[in-house]
Design a protein around this ligand. Structure first.
Ligand SMILES: NC(=O)c1ccc[n+]([C@@H]2O[C@H](COP(=O)([O-])OP(=O)(O)OC[C@H]3O[C@@H](n4cnc5c(N)ncnc54)[C@H](O)[C@@H]3O)[C@@H](O)[C@H]2O)c1
Length: 318
């Protein structure tokens, strides 16, 4: 059982805190904004209740005690005291993260390691000026952090031996699928793949080939369904690499190669339509964001459980 400090109790931080508490660890969740801590506690309790539905007897015991393993604090020193791990989920602004690391440095014990959940900064940039540069790594979770299995992990040649391995073990023990990248690149793996798909989806939309609902259906009811079980290389192996050599040679010259943010997204942003959080984007949304998130999480949980049951029965890798 480890002592874990999570810094930032927003979308990602509260989910990361919940994940580790559900994994049996003691968690201190820090946020300078007390209102965020109240919101995080309400959300964690609701999510834990959701997870208890359909959980096995063994999982139930751990889940029932999880809420009691989290302390909520606006005192950074209290959060960092005795921590084995610090998971940083502060806003994606270099100045905010750097200032937080500066405050954190004197509070850390020698063996404490820090993992940033940054989506866009390279580890080399984050580690540049911090005194604990040999003990900071990236652990990039996906929203909702307690449910999505993938965590991308990045370390540097200067990272102290054993830190990345310890993190991989901690994440695996909490049911995650951590992937340790071989290089420190912006966007890691999954966001690069996602951005490539988004560029082409916007290109198809802007070219009038299909509307947003049709493109979403093609992903959700077609390739996305398959991708929940197999990655692109496995799909290519099954399709035949001779076929894929022809498909890519014929299609790649047809695809968008732009490097600016796609126009269909920019157009929505100009109109103040930022998606579900403003009630509209490519679609219109009713009801509160929290209710929609709860409903989406419940569906995601059912999907994951049925996928994992199928894997256990067939014994095949996904
Ligand atoms: N939202 C996502 O889907 C997602 C996915 C993966 C990674 N990330 C990354 O996770 C990090 C957090 O993103 P988020 O979406 O949770 O943001 P968020 O805005 O929801 O939450 C950030 C929280 O940090 C708090 N905060 C502000 N100043 C702070 C400080 N000095 N120290 C600690 N906390 C502070 C805020 O009060 C807020 O509660 C970012 O680096 C982001 O890039 C986000």
């Amino acid at each position: 059982m480890e002592r874990i400090a999570v810094l930032g109790a927003g979308t990602m931080g509260h989910g990361i805190a919940q994940l580790f508490a559900a994994g049996g660890h003691f968690v201190a969740l820090y946020d300078p904004n007390a209102g965020q801590l109240d919101k995080a506690e309400r959300s964690i309790r609701a999510q834990l209740a959701l997870l208890r539905e359909g959980a096995s007897a063994a999982e139930l015991t751990t889940l029932e005690q999880a809420a009691g393993r989290i302390v909520y604090t606006s005192d950074l020193a209290e959060a960092a005291a005795g921590a084995d791990w610090v998971f940083e989920a502060a806003p994606e602004q270099a100045a905010v993260k750097q200032e937080l690391y500066r405050q954190l440095a004197p509070l850390l014990a020698d063996q404490t390691a820090v993992a940033s959940n940054t989506s866009t900064f390279s580890l080399a940039a984050l580690a540049a000026d911090v005194p604990f540069a040999d003990r900071i790594v990236i652990a990039h979770f996906f929203n909702p952090a307690p449910l999505v299995p993938l965590v991308e992990v990045v370390s540097l040649p200067r990272t102290k031996e054993g830190v990345a391995d310890r993190l991989m073990r901690l994440l695996s023990a909490c049911g995650k699928t951590p992937i340790l990248l071989r290089k420190d690149v912006p966007g890691f793996i999954a966001n690069r793949l996602q951005a490539a798909v988004m560029r082409e989806a916007c290109h198809l939309l802007a070219s009038g080939v299909a509307d947003a609902a049709q493109i979403d259906a093609a992903m959700r009811d077609g390739i996305g369904l398959r991708w929940a079980l197999s990655g692109p290389f496995e799909v290519a192996d099954y399709g035949g690499l001779d076929i894929w050599s022809k498909v890519t040679a014929h299609l790649l010259p047809e695809l968008d190669t732009g490097i600016a943010a796609p126009e269909p997204i920019l157009e929505q942003v100009r109109q103040g339509r930022l998606g579900a959080k403003t009630g509209g984007g490519f679609y219109e949304y009713d009801g509160s964001v929290q209710e929609r998130e709860q409903a989406r999480n419940a569906r995601l949980l059912r999907l994951l459980r049925s996928r994992d049951e199928g894997q256990e029965r067939s014994g095949t890798p996904s």
